[in-house]
Design a protein around this ligand. Structure first.
Ligand SMILES: Nc1nc2c(ncn2[C@@H]2O[C@H](COP(=O)(O)OP(=O)(O)OP(=O)(O)O)[C@@H](O)[C@H]2O)c(=O)[nH]1
Length: 713
């Protein structure tokens, strides 16, 4: 079958933003305008009614009003195919944004025009930086009271360190938001209705525009007085990227054509030279068709971005795969979903073509997978496909062996594609089925959830035998249990959330341990001398072999490393994993008969236990970056409360009519905070938090934690 959409006509994009900035609403409008959907159901409405928007179809999303699952949706605009991934804004689900960004070629970052740059926008922006995702900004909610385009653009500059260049600017704001000035074509687009099908009028830009539209707000009028400055900034920024156009301009004074400007904006977006900024109100149906135009014009096709890197089993780069149908098949699974169709594995195809019915290699696991059905998602609905090609985002139905992050490829040309990076969980709870009789069903379902979400971990507590679920926040774990109920029909209960503490050392120690045993016939012998040194936060564990002269035989050195790796998981203070240290094996002794791999492993473990106690061990706790947004009258109470929670205030910012307080607060002090905040602010405060870093726990608190764990310091 020939390719139906040329690779250069595909746009794999995501919409990313802070909670409530309007991603879902914007996605709904996109689906409407692209003709795939003929009724608009508003998020406003679904919070009360039992109707469902297209992407928010899970029960708990409606309940909480946040998009938990990101779904891939395909649509067409001006002959180009847009594969759209809606990503959630809530911090506990950063992982969803993370894995979407990994497989996307471009992103639209949606801002709430009142709040501007919010914490999660910042986090997502940095993630997009990591994955080098080209992006554009869309300042939404220009119709809301307090909307301020100029401030939002300034925040993009200051807080995100980006170079925003406006390609549109708003005409009016709040109730008098009429549309935008297109700074590329130099036209005013004016909407006189909020109806979804209302057509805009194109007006020339004249000095009396504000008068004609009866815009009285001084700020809005001032902004309209600056059109020529904004246009000059756009033209100058474009000319920097096009020598020929610059020369023509310098010679004749003639401004570049619309086509030249568009080519420059595209180049700037893809290379990151600047970030184009658009504006609108998705809810009031103003600006979304032009946002779609911009997606098609400026965001990259799969062929415009760097080739995907291939790696060896340890994750080291070995080569790359070109985005082309002519290359052998390769795809990356970025999401596994269990729904009424069975399991759905969402994958981004990087190269080659796969027909349904063929067998592929899961090169990450060394397992074969048969491709039964291939489907394209239109939110909840599925289109069956005969094949998937380079650049496509598709779902494979009922794969058996493939988890998030795995590579699927042609077995005759195996490769492993660069994996996604996942953070370590910071919180854990014990979980069990509500009814004992559900134990098996519960374990199977939980296993499936964990396979689908790499930011979840499952463990068994060795002492109590309890099942422990680890995740990125209280809400993350709650939602996981909720999904067990709705998707697998099994109810679970969870214990009190526990913080994922860690341990580390504060001073270097050099220690010798001799393992010696004479039991009956054969003896056991191994001696190791290991230097332990503290490392910077986040460094993890490093093992260095500096043995000279074969005092520890080569073949036993990996056993020393293994012994340390096992033992470091059970720290000397309270049994938490020991992190951020370097262990250098400098010397040792062996015995021809009595030494073997096991004796060296035992010696390394014992050496660790003794040495770490001498190396000033301390307990580390996860510290969260918290942002609390409250009306000014509650500011004093909120700051006092943050201080009582061992928090450090980082700063305050105006956020529309409210004040945002930024602080670092230990996670252990934040359990159940939302209830407390609501009580303190009569329900008017909101907050968000995300993991920031690990920090030593103050002595008095550490003593309590250690005592609870029942280990002696
Ligand atoms: N006034 C106004 N409200 C809007 C606009 N866009 C979205 N909203 C409203 O803002 C709220 C949040 O919108 P959503 O589309 O759910 O936001 P989201 O970013 O998808 O939120 P999450 O899925 O929770 O991350 C809803 O009540 C929307 O109706 C807009 O342009 N103007």
């Amino acid at each position: 079958m020939p390719r139906t959409t040329p690779l250069s006509d595909i746009r794999n994009i995501g919409i990313i933003a802070h909670v409530d900035a309007g991603k879902t609403t914007t996605t709904e409008r996109i689906l409407y305008y692209t003709g795939r959907k003929h009724t608009i159901i508003d998020v406003h409405d679904t919070k009360d009614l039992k109707t469902s928007t297209t992407t928010d179809y899970m029960e708990q999303e409606q309940k909480r009003g946040i998009t938990i699952q990101s779904a891939a949706v395909s649509c067409f605009w001006n002959g180009k195919k847009i594969n759209l991934i809606d990503t959630p804004g809530h911090v506990d689900f950063t992982i969803e944004v993370n894995r979407s960004l990994r497989v996307l070629d471009g992103a639209v970052v949606v801002f709430d025009g009142v709040a501007g740059v919010e914490p999660q926008t910042e986090t997502n922006w940095r993630l997009a930086d990591n994955y080098k995702v080209p992006r554009m900004c869309y300042v939404n909610k220009m119709d809301r009271s307090g909307a301020n385009f100029r401030r939002t653009v300034q925040m993009v500059r200051d807080r995100l360190g980006a170079r925003p260049v406006c390609i549109q600017m708003p005409i009016g704001s709040e109730d008098n938001f009429f549309g935008h000035i297109d700074l590329v074509t130099m036209q005013a687009r004016v909407w006189f209705s909020d109806e979804k099908d209302s057509k805009w009028e194109e007006w020339p830009i004249t000095d009396d525009l504000a008068d004609k539209l009866k815009i009285s707000n001084a700020y809005d009028r001032e902004l309209l007085g600056q059109i020529s400055q904004y246009r000059t900034e756009l033209v100058d920024s474009c000319l920097e990227l096009d020598d020929a156009a610059m020369e023509a301009y310098l010679e004749s004074g003639e401004e570049p054509s619309v086509d030249t400007l568009r080519a420059c904006i595209r180049k700037a977006t893809i290379t990151g030279a600047f970030v184009p900024v658009l504006c609108g109100s998705s809810y009031k149906n103003k600006g979304v068709p032009q946002l779609l135009d911009a997606v098609v014009w400026y965001l990259p096709a799969p062929t415009d971005v760097e080739n995907i890197k291939t790696v060896d089993m340890d994750g080291n780069p070995v080569g790359e795969r070109k985005s082309s149908d002519d290359e052998p098949f390769s795809a990356l699974a970025f999401k596994v979903l269990n729904d009424k169709y069975g399991s759905l594995t969402f994958a981004r195809v990087y190269s080659g073509v796969v027909q349904k019915g063929v067998s592929l290699l899961n090169s990450t696991r060394g397992k074969r997978e048969r491709v039964g059905r291939i489907v394209e998602m239109f939110a909840k609905d599925t289109n069956d496909l005969e094949e998937a090609r380079a650049g496509d985002i598709v779902a494979f139905v009922s794969l058996q062996e493939t988890d998030t992050g795995d590579t699927l490829c042609d077995a005759n040309a195996p490769v492993v594609l660069e994996r996604m990076r996942f953070p370590d969980p910071v919180i854990s709870v014990s979980v069990e089925p509500k009814n004992r009789t559900d134990q098996d069903k519960f374990s199977v379902a939980l296993g499936k959830m964990v396979r689908a979400d790499p930011s979840l971990r499952l463990e068994t507590d060795m002492e109590t035998g309890q099942t422990i679920l680890r995740g990125m926040g209280e809400l993350h774990l709650e939602v996981t249990l909720d999904r067990l109920r709705t998707e697998f029909g099994v109810e679970g209960v969870m214990g009190r959330p526990q913080v994922a503490y860690r341990e580390t050392i504060t001073r270097p120690v050099s220690h010798v341990y001799t393992h010696k045993k004479q039991t009956g016939g054969a003896g056991q012998f191994a001696e190791v001398k290991i230097e332990f040194e503290p490392q910077e936060r986040g460094a993890g564990y490093k093992f260095v072999d500096q043995v000279v002269g074969g005092t520890v035989p080569r073949e036993y050195i990996p056993s020393v490393d293994k012994g340390l790796q096992v033992q470091k998981e059970d720290g000397v203070l309270a049994g938490y994993p020991t992190v951020d240290f370097k262990a250098t094996l400098v010397d040792g002794k062996y015995h021809d008969v009595d030494s073997n791999a096991l004796t060296f492993e035992i010696a390394a473990k014992a050496c660790f236990r003794e040495a770490i106690k001498l190396a000033g061990p301390v307990l580390l706790e996860p510290v969260m970056k918290v942002e609390v947004v409250v009306p000014e009258e509650y500011l004093g109470d909120v700051i006092g409360d943050v201080n009582r929670r061992r928090g450090t205030i980082l700063g305050q910012l105006e956020r529309g009519a409210n004040i945002a307080v930024e602080a670092h607060v230990p996670l252990s002090e934040m359990f159940g905070y939302i209830g407390h905040l609501r009580g303190m602010t009569s329900g008017r405060g909101s907050f968000s938090m995300e993991f920031s870093h690990y920090e030593p726990v103050p002595k008095n608190v550490a003593d309590e934690v250690i005592a609870k764990q029942g280990k002696a310091a």
